[in-house]
Design a protein around this ligand. Structure first.
Ligand SMILES: NC(=O)c1ccc[n+]([C@@H]2O[C@H](COP(=O)([O-])OP(=O)(O)OC[C@H]3O[C@@H](n4cnc5c(N)ncnc54)[C@H](OP(=O)(O)O)[C@@H]3O)[C@@H](O)[C@H]2O)c1
Length: 304
């Protein structure tokens, strides 16, 4: 299996990216350096994670010390919900680029399809109805300017993607969503595949909770002589999406990228369909009587 998937822009997105949520100050810089040395070429960032400045310092050191070139890295970041007004989008990417000390992003995503007042926290009085076509048009301007070489979305249902495709001049390249053997997203996968949208799987280890000890995962790991994390991540690649495991531990970083020179055979791959399905991140912070999404079904439109 190749180490990349091809996007509808023709760019190549590395099959394994490093997640950076809850990678705290004090450890994140060393983690980025260790990850690049271990072979990671994709880093998944977001201003929400409050560590883009530290990631920027690490990238600067990596470039200065000629450990990696900018053009060999794939850097993703995201537009936060309080910046969805079209006039706020250029300022938001500029701040991210400044913090990351970069001239461009390889991928810029709308982080969630809900909107908050500028500067507002996710509390009921701050909800505003999103105008996703208008936000997308602003994203298309960033794409045209070269600041975002690809644009996409995150946490979009197939229905929300369909609505977006109906108005988009540039179709989204990626939908970054929760995806792991405990939340496989069959319907969304089929929709994205038939519309040329790549899925990037977040929380691919299901935050290392019950999933890594699930009997199917343990059985497959034991048969293949791999760790449960490797088996779960490899399941993602064989399902056709990239994966974004987060680790700040050097041994686990190396473990999580060691998923290329072997595969899960068909008979064992089929066993993953026995795993019970449950969303880990239902997006409860976006669902409220004062939000445009009054119910979970308004947010996810029946995707499962
Ligand atoms: N777009 C969105 O809305 C969204 C939402 C959630 C996440 N994300 C992205 O997806 C990334 C990954 O998701 P996540 O961080 O929520 O969860 P995750 O990657 O599924 O799990 C991370 C947890 O697993 C542990 N871990 C890592 N490797 C392991 C291994 N080999 N064996 C056992 N445990 C291991 C980590 O601990 P250590 O660090 O101590 O190893 C951490 O506690 C995020 O960091 C973020 O970049 C995006």
């Amino acid at each position: 299996m190749a180490r990349f998937f091809e996007l509808n822009t023709r760019a190549k997105i590395p099959a394994v990216g490093l997640g950076t949520y809850q990678a705290e100050h004090g450890v994140i810089e060393a983690t980025i350096v260790a990850a690049v040395k271990a072979g990671y070429r994709h880093i998944d960032c977001a201003p929400l994670y409050n560590n883009e400045k530290e990631i920027g310092s690490a990238l600067k050191k990596l470039f200065q010390n000629a450990i990696v070139k900018r053009e060999d890295l794939f850097i993703t970041s995201k537009l936060w919900c309080s910046n969805l007004a079209p006039e706020d989008v250029p300022e938001a990417i500029n701040l991210t680029l400044e913090d990351l000390q970069l001239d461009y992003l390889d991928l810029y995503l709308i982080h969630w399809p809900y909107r908050l007042k500028k500067g507002g926290s996710p509390t009921p009085e701050n909800f505003l109805p999103p105008d996703l076509p208008a936000t997308w048009a602003a994203m298309e301007h960033l794409h045209a300017s070269g600041k975002a070489r690809a644009i996409g979305v995150s946490n979009f249902s197939s229905k929300k993607l369909e609505d977006l495709l109906a108005v988009a001049k540039v179709p989204p390249a990626v939908n970054q969503v929760e995806c792991h053997p405990g939340w496989q997203q069959a319907k969304l996968h089929a929709f994205c595949q038939s519309n040329g949208i790549h899925i990037s799987g977040y929380t691919p280890l299901a935050r290392s909770k019950e999933l890594l000890g699930h009997p199917v995962v343990s059985m497959v790991a034991e048969k293949l002589g791999r760790t449960p994390a490797q088996v779960v991540l490899r399941w993602g690649l064989q399902s056709g999406h990239s994966v974004l495991p987060k680790s700040v531990n050097e041994k686990r970083l190396i473990d999580n990228i060691g998923i290329f020179n072997w595969s899960i055979p068909d008979d064992l791959f089929a066993k993953f369909s026995e795993i019970e399905q449950e969303r880990l991140i239902p997006g409860e912070f976006a669902v409220h009587p004062q939000s445009v999404y009054k119910t979970f079904d308004d947010l996810w439109d029946g995707d499962n």
